[in-house]
Design a protein around this ligand. Structure first.
Ligand SMILES: [Cu+2]
Length: 412
């Protein structure tokens, strides 16, 4: 029910034209939204759970913002606007990426009441890089982690120290990197799998993002986000059930979508890289040793994407089976082009129709993956100004694609 004026609301409230609800008094014993565990536990609460140990100390080196671990080396920093970045990422001394960094995080809401209908967080504008507080050993990061202070010079007249706002640690994955038991010869071999984690957090109003960059011993690098904190909830109305779930007396947990954008500036075996997608297609042919029969099987089908438009993979279209960056002129010892695969594990999807008002501010969110030609003038896909003017954003990712430039082996 909506009113044209405060007077109209008062008048209808007093004349009984408005449905009145008496909220229950708060019960101090109510554990709702507290950090106190509730319910029956089959685990003894006074006994510690498993812990990471490093019996012989750290196996990685941290020299200020430079890190070395297994085959890896990189430099990191945390931008005040968007947060975590790594630069000059190398594996076995060879450059893999010039930059891998967070660009933007959004949360767009739906609901039955005005606040939810209008809530669209675009978090670089809240300086999510600065929204990091002290990490708790044993909870936010393992006790054995290296904790690092960060500095931000943002919205103040001097730089501010953020104590223990970033952590670095090595952990086990509890799954072998490789193993095999050969029952014919009774031989077992296995390799344990450990990974280096670079972690920061951002507490943007109600929710907390945990940002992880992971470095595996086999040359795999992974980016990962975990979301926690509190949900952004609204007053419950029956129609709200189309937009969420009732989570408490008169509280609706609202439908919303988080999308995160990362920049990955790969340099595989040099800066001249190309991009292809690989799908599997069935083939059907006469069995070569038995001509009356047919063989049906999958075959690799490669598509080279030569322009920015072709390389902007859209939501709504099937994501290719494999996504491959390679240097066409640099081969490995088996004659294959040196390359890196991007494994897209996200279940993200678009949040608004293309071009619909605020959607113009997040045009990067049209694409699960878009490959653009590198330009110094196209350093970021969003900016701190997008939250306040998403309708005509200062930085528009779509502009990077619109000119549809050639992306084959392009350096600049
Ligand atoms: Cu959420």
């Amino acid at each position: 029910m909506y009113f044209d004026s405060v007077e109209e609301l008062i008048e209808k409230y007093e004349s009984g034209g408005v449905e009145k609800i008496k909220l229950p008094d708060h019960d101090d014993k109510d554990l709702y939204s507290t950090y106190i565990p509730r319910g029956h536990s089959n685990t003894r609460p006074n006994v510690h759970g498993p812990k990471l140990v490093e019996p012989q100390g750290h196996r990685y080196e941290v020299d200020r913002n430079f890190v070395e671990y297994a085959g890896w080396s990189f430099a990191y920093r945390v931008r005040s606007s968007a947060g975590l970045q790594v630069f000059d990422l190398r594996f076995n001394g060879e450059r893999i990426a010039y930059e891998i960094s967070l660009q933007e995080a959004i949360a767009f809401y739906s609901g039955d009441t005005p606040a939810a209908m209008q809530t669209k967080y675009i978090d670089a504008g809240w300086a999510m890089g600065t929204l990091s507080y002290e990490l708790a050993p044993g909870i936010d990061c393992p006790e054995i982690a290296t904790f690092v202070d960060l500095f931000h010079y943002f919205d103040t007249d001097k730089p501010v120290r953020y104590i223990n706002a970033l952590c670095i640690f090595e952990m086990t994955t509890a799954v072998p990197l490789r193993r095999h038991f050969d029952s014919e010869f009774n031989i077992y071999a296995g390799l344990d799998n450990t990974v280096l984690v670079l972690r920061t957090t951002s507490t943007v109003y109600n929710y907390d993002y945990i940002w992880d960059f992971l470095f595996y011993q086999n040359g795999v690098m992974e980016v990962k986000v975990s979301a926690t904190g509190y949900i952004h909830a609204t007053f419950f109305t029956p129609n709200g059930l189309h937009y969420g779930t009732k989570v408490y007396n008169y509280v609706l947990g609202n439908l919303h979508t988080h999308l995160i954008h990362y920049k990955v500036d790969l340099d595989i075996a040099g800066r001249e890289n190309s991009f292809e997608t690989i799908d599997l297609r069935y083939v059907n042919f006469t069995n070569p040793w038995s001509p009356k029969h047919f063989i049906v099987q999958s075959k690799l089908h490669r598509t080279e994407h030569k322009t920015e438009r072709s390389a902007a993979l859209r939501f709504g279209k099937k994501f290719p089976r494999y996504v491959h960056f390679y240097n066409p002129n640099e081969k490995n010892k088996w004659g294959h082009q040196k390359g890196y695969r991007i494994q897209f594990n996200s279940h993200a999807d678009s949040v608004l129709p293309r071009g619909w008002r605020e959607e113009n501010g997040i045009s990067w969110a049209r694409y699960p993956l878009a490959v653009t030609r590198h330009k110094d003038s196209e350093a970021t896909s969003s900016s701190i100004y997008t939250q306040c003017d998403p309708w005509e954003p200062v930085v528009s990712f779509e502009d990077y694609i619109r000119n549809n430039e050639d992306i084959v082996n392009q350096v600049q």
